[in-house]
Design a protein around this ligand. Sequence first.
Ligand code: ADP
Ligand code: NA
Length: 344
Amino acid sequence: TRPKTVFSGIQPTGIPHLGNYLGALANWVKLQNGASPDDRLLYSIVGWHALTLPQDPKALRAARWEMLASLLATGLDPRRSIIFHQDHNPNHTELAWILNCLCPIGKLKRMTTWKAKLAASRNANDESEVDESLLNAGLFTYPVLQAADILAYRATHVPVGEDQQQHLELARDIADSFNRAFPKPKKIFPLPQHMIPPSKRILSLRDPSSKMSKSSPDVQSRILLTDEFAQIQAKFRSAVTDSQLGVTFDPVNRPGVSNIVTILATCTDKSSEMVAELYTSKGHAQLKMDTAEAVESLLRQPREEFKRLKSETGYLEEIAKEGARRAREISEGTMTLVRSQIGL
Ligand code: ADP
Ligand code: NA
């Protein structure tokens, strides 16, 4: 088999939550630990993406280091993975500009993330009126920056949650457009493959119609990497389920219960159907408390490791510096080809 180049990113917008962990980070570590020596793994803290929404500079600065500590705490090893801050490698923005100039705006208008932002900025009284002052250009074009993040390393595999599927398709599309527009002397970009983890989408514990997210104002809706066991238990206790007795796995009609089943299943390496089977005649409370325990046994070690690492600022800075150096070395190779093929 050909060596893989794996790329993925996470925004420094807060401590990672259980959705990030099960949907992305745990898989990054698994990929790392199963990688062959020729494979390349790049994991990036994507600060430029965070700027699409207003950020407090002090909080952003802290979150960037907390995220690096989180990635190391979950088991990423700088000897095997290149771990770096996106904003330490200007190749991303250079390539993003070039790709922006190849990407029809119609494609960006079809992104569901953009449509959601557009909908949110519509006038409540007159739907046809959009308050454009609420929409910055970065919000419109960040999927192209995401494509550049991936393509700068000519990544072949992208392990991200199901929520990122459309963006990854755009990245493949843009790679293909570039290859067709500038095929000589060689097609530069492989089409990156999506690797969706089995847990797919972890939902908000309070509103199971939306995904668990760093940005929800309801802090009870997400379990954080830093939560102690008592907090994990309290959050599961207050998780929204339904009034139907017993446990089944039925994501459409019973999203709350099914989400907890999925969490327990993912934590214990079982299928959701199998867990639902085991809990058929048990109550929601039992399911919630067992899930809290399973989550605790998964997160305990990373939590303790995070506490130890977060104050090791010298060490973190060293890791970030070395990661950026290695990342730039690879992306500079891509950019030399890109510049030459487009005539710069
Ligand atoms: P958030 O959406 O919480 O701000 P990011 O956008 O930084 O998180 O996403 C980081 C990674 O976590 C991505 O791979 C994304 O697909 C994954 N992810 C985010 N939320 C969830 C979720 N609720 N369930 C599964 N995966 C998720
Ligand atoms: Na996201």
